[in-house]
Design a protein around this ligand. Structure first.
Ligand code: MG
Length: 368
């Protein structure tokens, strides 16, 4: 497998409703879509960098420049026997994990299509259906949030993840627990707190959330270990886990009991599988997070989440929840029981609406 031709597309799609986290309010998602071609086969990838660098230091612009000037030129002309080798070939590039993931994942799709197998099979997946959950942003009032949760539960989701931020935290957890005594819910703080806020988490602890995701700094493990020692609720790291070695260290110091794996955050599928394997060996459950992916990135996540260690429902929800515009022909739907089918066709197993992507693109680049 090699890159005969690569193309980049910049897509900006409106979200059905604004998505508020502790750090930003998003009304659109702007992602770089990567198309690679070899001997008539086509692979697709999608970068998950946000419009502004609030989640990681990367943005669609930095991803674009790196792909165009560094990553694709470095890969072009090489032949790869297995897509795993793509991540090895890019290992010399520091950070830039979202840019690397966009091309790396496109190469996995390409390799699976050339082999005529679903991506899940190439990755080592064992599930035909994955467990889904839904992530809900901050809402203007507690009543609006509760109403929204009700709506999602009616839609078939089994667990909800709620964003929190200082001042809008313990009261949310308490209201949810009193309304739904048995609902598995989790909280995501996106690094909005410090260890001085431990009393807030001790109060939340009493509401028995299934986990609290990334409460402290995005680059921390030490304070997370200290906080974990004070609460029963498992801490789940997201931003802090950049690669498998981070996972190993975080587990060994007790900073995390669950890990959120996002292939788009960690440089692609090969690293995501390494993190998964590290966690599986340590008995730490994982789940697949989301970055409000469009259809291409969402399909990649569904395949990854078919690996055996993904034993907790992920943030892989139906695409129509987020976007009106679809870039794939078979949008993902959640089925009763809160599961989603892993596509069985070759590669990501969905048809990418290439004409639609070309029509919508705000920018394109062809890298021959
Ligand atoms: Mg998160």
């Amino acid at each position: 497998m090699r890159i005969e031709r690569a193309e980049l597309f910049l897509l900006r799609l409106p979200l059905r409703r604004p998505y508020e986290t502790s750090m930003a309010v998003e009304t659109h998602e702007t992602h770089v879509i990567v198309r690679v071609e070899d001997s008539g086969a086509v692979g697709w990838g999608e970068s998950v960098a946000n419009e502004t660098p609030w989640y990681s230091g990367e943005t669609p612009s930095t991803v674009w420049v790196l792909l165009e000037e560094v990553l694709v030129p470095h890969l072009r002309g090489r032949t790869f026997a297995h897509p795993r080798e793509v991540s090895e070939a890019l290992a010399w590039v520091r950070d830039a994990r979202m840019a690397k993931a966009a091309i790396e994942m496109a190469m996995w799709d390409l390799a699976a299509k050339q082999a005529g197998v679903p991506l899940s099979a190439l990755l080592g997946g064992t599930r035909e259906r994955i467990l889904c959950g839904v992530a809900i942003g901050l809402h203007p009032t507690l009543e609006a949030l509760l109403e929204r949760i009700e709506e999602e539960l009616r839609g078939g989701y089994r667990r909800v993840k709620l964003k929190i931020k200082p001042g809008r935290d313990a009261a949310i957890a308490e209201a949810v627990r009193s309304r739904w005594p048995d609902l598995p819910f989790m909280l995501d703080a996106n690094s909005a707190y410090t260890l001085a806020d431990a009393p807030v988490f001790e109060r939340i602890d009493a509401t028995r959330p299934t986990m609290i995701e990334q409460p402290l700094a995005h680059d921390d493990m030490i304070d997370h270990a200290a906080l974990q020692a004070r609460i029963r609720t498992p801490i789940c790291l997201d931003e802090s886990i950049r690669h498998a070695d981070d996972a190993r260290k975080a587990i060994s110091i007790g900073a995390t009991k669950v890990i959120n794996i996002k292939p788009g955050r960690v440089g692609g599928h090969a690293e995501a599988v390494r993190i998964h394997d590290t966690c599986l060996a340590a008995g730490v459950p994982v789940w697949c997070g989301g970055m409000l992916e469009m259809g291409v990135g969402r399909a990649h996540n569904v395949h990854l989440a078919s690996l055996p260690g993904f034993s907790l429902p992920g943030d892989v929800a139906a695409s129509k929840r987020y976007f009106e515009t679809e870039i794939i022909g078979e949008p993902f739907e959640v089925e009763p029981g809160g599961t989603m089918k892993v596509p069985a066709g070759p590669g990501i197993g969905v048809s990418v609406l290439e004409r639609e992507i070309r029509r919508l693109a705000l920018g394109t680049a062809e890298l021959r």
